[in-house]
Design a protein around this ligand. Structure first.
Ligand code: SF4
Ligand code: SF4
Length: 441
């Protein structure tokens, strides 16, 4: 298979990063790469999706990595997997002799090991410069489910479903393969009963996810639905307004510097400095601009606000609001910034996931959530046309059309960063808009 052929397959099959921002996978293919890393460092507390998918589908995933590696001409493929994920590690180790140039990098059980920049450092010792992409260091990173989706795409099966874990305040935590466009409410019954009176729904992850509801639609990047009591501190933190966060910072930031001391990007020599930012933001200082502009180098991991800050303040939220304001105002991110040397103390400042889980108050929810082969019963799906970074797909069906699972319903925008979208159920198209296609079963 050629570079052009696999690019077209991934684009036309709708393969995007299965989690995170949904970067189209074909656009990551780059013949300048010398290394491919499989990201199985899943680090959000309670999530166990990728390690299970890798354990169950190791051959398909390693075959696909090997194929992509040969097409790109890389000198090595690294399986980045946490040492603690024994089943996934064993499944990969048993297959390694079948591949040349493939190795396993055993990663520590820290947060955020799954952040690409942290993963690359842990697996290779290379530091990606602030604001740069992994390819600047010759590296392409794909996560586990993305590569499994690439394998299916090569077999002629486009992306129509997403693995989603349902856990937290449910009687039977579970991981299911959900049709894209179904709702959280469609998935909840598969996890048994909800075990609290007034549930809230955290989408994706406790650290980086936001709040959803039973009507929230599952997309190609939905990883998890975590049910928590609505008065849980994690929920309260996610409900707070930025204006309240700023007033709290003014009142309570003691400038202890812990948020910077534990910031994983700062510990890789990047200029993000939440303590310096909080100092200027909480004093409303406008004459010192660097801490504001450096908000571009925050990855949003939330360690500063969910773990480091003893005052319960929210550097991440304020940094995110600042970054959004700078973008809206046309202020570009600084270019060609070089990282400082990685400090020796980094090794001692990495945050163990078990400690983070305890700090979040969710240790009691840390239970198995096995993958079950069970159909999700849905009456309709509403499939968004933009589930990826780039230009939304263009609908190619109209109201009244009958469609089958896997049939294209929207085409990738010509010549733009975009991917196709496919029907996830058999049924009739009942609505088409600029934003979504609804199919009733
Ligand atoms: S950890 Fe909290 S109190 Fe300390 S400097 Fe950072 S925001 Fe301020
Ligand atoms: S969210 Fe906080 S800890 Fe994470 S990169 Fe941004 S400033 Fe650093």
């Amino acid at each position: 298979m050629t570079f052009a052929e696999i690019s077209a397959i991934l684009r036309d099959s709708g393969v995007v990063g299965a989690g995170g921002a949904g970067f189209p996978s074909y656009a990551k293919l780059n013949e300048k790469a010398d290394t491919i890393i499989l990201n199985c460092a899943e680090c959000e507390p309670l999530l166990k999706l990728h390690r299970q998918v890798l354990e169950q589908n190791a051959k398909e995933i390693l075959d696909t990595l090997d194929l992509i590696g040969k097409i790109l001409g890389v000198s090595r493929v690294i399986i980045g997997v946490k040492e603690a994920y024994h089943g996934a590690v064993a499944a990969c180790e048993s297959l390694l002799p079948h591949y040349s140039n493939m190795s396993i990098a055993l990663l520590p059980e820290i947060y955020p090991a799954g952040d690409e920049i942290v993963l690359i450092y842990e697996a290779t010792g290379r530091v990606v410069a602030p604001g740069s992409l992994p390819i600047s260091q010759g590296i392409v990173v794909y996560n586990v489910e993305t590569i499994l989706n690439a394998w299916y795409a090569i077999q002629g099966k486009p992306v129509t479903h997403k693995y989603v874990t349902i856990c937290g305040e449910v009687s039977d935590p579970v991981t299911v393969l959900a049709p894209i466009g179904c709702t959280v409410g469609d998935l909840l019954p598969l996890a048994g009963k909800i075990t609290c009176a007034d549930p809230a729904y955290v989408m994706g992850g406790l650290m980086m996810g936001g709040l959803g509801s039973p009507s929230t639609v599952i997309t190609k990047t939905s990883n998890a639905v975590i049910v928590l009591p609505s008065d849980h501190p994690v929920v309260s933190q996610k409900q707070r307004k930025t204006s309240v966060d700023l007033h709290r910072a003014m009142a309570a930031c003691c400038h202890c510097h812990y948020c910077t001391d534990l910031c994983p990007r700062n510990l890789l020599g990047h200029p993000i400095d939440p303590a310096a930012f909080m100092r200027v933001a909480s004093h409303m200082k406008a004459d010192v601009v660097k801490p504001y502009v450096d908000s571009y180098f925050c990855c949003g991991c939330a360690l500063c606000e969910m773990y480091a800050c003893g005052q319960g303040l929210s550097p991440r939220a304020l940094l995110a609001a600042t970054k959004a304001g700078l973008r809206a105002g046309g202020v570009a991110a600084p270019k060609d910034v070089q990282p400082k040397a990685v400090p020796k103390v980094r090794e001692y400042r990495r945050v163990p996931v078990a400690r983070l889980t305890a700090r979040l108050g969710v240790t009691k929810y840390d239970r198995p959530a096995p993958i079950v082969e069970q159909d999700v019963a849905v009456k309709k799906v509403t499939i968004p046309l933009s589930q990826h970074i780039g230009v939304p797909a263009t609908p190619i069906v109209k109201k009244g059309d009958t469609v089958e699972v896997g049939q294209p319903i929207a085409a990738a925008a010509d010549g733009k960063l975009s991917v196709a979208i496919h029907a996830s159920v058999n049924g009739k198209v009942t609505a088409v808009s600029e934003k979504s296609v609804t199919i009733s079963c």
